[in-house]
Design a protein around this ligand. Sequence first.
Ligand code: SF4
Length: 228
Amino acid sequence: MLQRADRGKPLTGRIAEVFFSIQGEGATAGTPAVFVRLQGCSVGCVWCDTKYSWDPGGGREVALEDLVEEAAAFPCRRCVITGGEPLESPLFSPLVHALRARGFTLEVETSGTLPPPAVPVDQWNVSAKLAGSGVPEAKRINPEAIRRFLRLGAWWKFVVVDAADVAEVLRLAERFAIPREKILLMPEGVRREETLERSPWVAEECQRYGFRFSPRLHILLWGARRGV
Ligand code: SF4
């Protein structure tokens, strides 16, 4: 939660973690980046692998200035702001501006359930949720938000398990005119073995429909661990 209680007091908010790794997923997979995981998410996907980030009162409180210093201490000027659902965090927009002012190129990982604020983000990675997430459609599909992300040239990353998921991706692509070359399919799985097991099928579906395959490099390299 963001607090600017009294004049002169620092801007503060809650984060789950800050770490330096490589982008594990999506269009820039393999690129070194500092990750800032903002605390808080109300979406509630059944297979979420960062449930520790759900409680907006969890994690640790940081001053914005200190958070930017923590990120800038790493030898990298690419930052992935993630969550939780980062757009639910009141720290999000001030953080984007502060990191930009320090020369960071910015990617944002979002569920696409909230419309993007007008902030200078270089790459929006929208991981829209399918029925298999267990989240009611009214919560996971926000047509206005989707249209606004489309206008920003977002990438669309879908976690898929089976043919029903791919069929749903195709319906969403048609309904919202999402360019297929901006869609990535990613195998569901928090363990290396299950990710690898599903990957050939996902790759074949990508070939079939003109989507792009997204690996989960952090899981392949380090398994189900935090901070990688
Ligand atoms: S939107 Fe992301 S952080 Fe929130 S429950 Fe779903 S996968 Fe987890």
